[in-house]
Design a protein around this ligand. Structure first.
Ligand SMILES: Nc1ncnc2c1ncn2[C@@H]1O[C@H](COP(=O)(O)OP(=O)(O)OP(=O)(O)O)[C@@H](O)[C@H]1O
Ligand SMILES: [Mg+2]
Length: 368
């Protein structure tokens, strides 16, 4: 997938922009608070079907204006050209069209432009609490198999129903009525989730390991290990979850929610053979998180046969020059990418095929 260009009107501090992009590497530079991330937000809007920063598109409309409009033109790897247009008015009305045909809404265009984005907070993937890693795993697993998406929806539905029974029992006192079938369903669906997450990790781990070895120039000692919260001794997961539920039965009754299941699981990530979350340096955490995202991009490419667009918001700040250069090399060989930096000089060479843009007070200028 290549994004050939965008036209933007009244999006954040960008009052007007008409840009043509390089099919390889697009470097967006400018001082803080000038509009670099705003441009990425506008581009990624078409991939995600919403802003990656806010739920309310009203926020993205330029102050003092009543609407924004954006058009993106691209070409799929199979050679199909497409144009998607989107606009939003204050108060929530949106208009979306694809190749001139009106779409019902943003949901309808999701998937046309596969994309992967990496922003500063994504370092939490390596350094933060388990919820971020579960979300990463769930998202990637869903990319690999639609079966997973169904599975996780069913699991969450079962969890909700079971929690409702427990919550009522906790509130009213006494035993939760009719919980047994939900125990069985939770164990069955939970076990399926664990199984598919393990498969996902196997795929991701292999890709991330190869990438890290390439970037760090040798064996980087990368590994991923699924930590199943309810199954420390490695039993059959369904059986382990049934047992865990019977162990926590009394506490659940008091607290009023489900206390065992894959919604408490985690993934340990190792680099240079130690757990990165606890022992990794800042730069290594950033690199590991970035490589996990790039492995997602490789997964999308593998499963869909379409190169995703890769968007990286100011991620080179903590990487030493050599590491940044190798990451850049990988990107340039593999994807169309959009990268921001407030420090272009520290960025190193930008290589052939690079398009540079400088951003000042929302005005975006091609800089050769
Ligand atoms: N709806 C809006 N209308 C007009 N301006 C806005 C709107 N939303 C945000 N801005 C302005 O956009 C600017 C921030 O832009 P952006 O986040 O893209 O900065 P940046 O270039 O990425 O900076 P940094 O290097 O600090 O990340 C701020 O000046 C902010 O006031
Ligand atoms: Mg920014």
């Amino acid at each position: 997938m290549i994004v050939r260009g965008v036209d933007i009107v009244n999006f954040r501090n960008i009052s007007k922009a008409e840009l043509s992009f390089s099919p390889t590497f697009n470097l967006i530079t400018g001082r803080n608070a000038q509009g670099k991330t705003n441009l990425l937000e506008a581009i990624y809007l078409f991939s995600l079907g919403r802003s990656f920063r806010t739920r309310s598109l009203d926020e993205a409309i330029r102050f003092g204006e009543e609407y924004f409009f954006a058009r993106i033109e691209g070409r799929s790897d199979a050679g199909f050209d497409f144009t998607i247009e989107a606009g939003a008015e204050r108060g929530g009305r949106t208009k979306v069209s694809s190749n001139g045909k009106k779409a019902a809404g943003f949901a309808e265009i999701v998937g046309i432009i596969p994309g992967v984005i990496f922003v500063a907070e994504d370092i939490l993937l390596a350094a933060g609490p388990p919820a971020g890693r579960r979300a990463y795993l769930d998202y990637t697993a869903a990319q690999i198999s639609p079966r997973y998406l169904r599975g996780i929806k069913e699991y969450r539905g079962t969890l909700r129903q079971r929690n409702a029974l427990l919550e009522r029992a906790a509130r009213e006192g006494g035993a939760p009525v009719g919980i047994e079938p939900w125990d069985a369903a939770l164990a069955e669906k939970g076990a399926a989730i664990v199984q598919m997450r393990l498969e996902t990790i196997r795929e991701i781990e292999a890709r991330a390991r190869t990438l890290l070895d390439e970037i760090l120039g040798g064996a980087a000692g990368f590994g991923m290990r699924y930590v199943c919260s309810f199954n420390p001794s490695g039993k059959e997961p369904g059986e382990a979850l049934r047992e865990a539920l019977s162990r926590v039965r009394e506490t659940e009754r008091r607290r009023g929610y489900t206390m065992a299941g894959p919604h408490f699981d985690d993934v340990q990530i190792f680099l240079e053979d130690s757990e990165i979350r606890r022992f990794g340096s800042q730069g290594r955490k950033r690199l590991a998180a970035l490589v996990l995202k790039l492995s997602q991009a490789l997964t999308i490419l593998d499963k869909r046969g379409e190169r995703p667009v890769v968007i990286l918001d100011d991620i080179f700040s903590e990487l030493d020059r050599e590491t940044a250069e190798r990451v850049r090399g990988h990107l340039a060989d593999s994807y169309q990418s959009f990268i921001t930096t407030p420090r272009p000089d520290e960025f190193g060479g930008s290589g052939p095929g690079t398009a540079r843009f400088s951003v000042e007070s929302g005005v975006i200028t091609p800089a050769g």
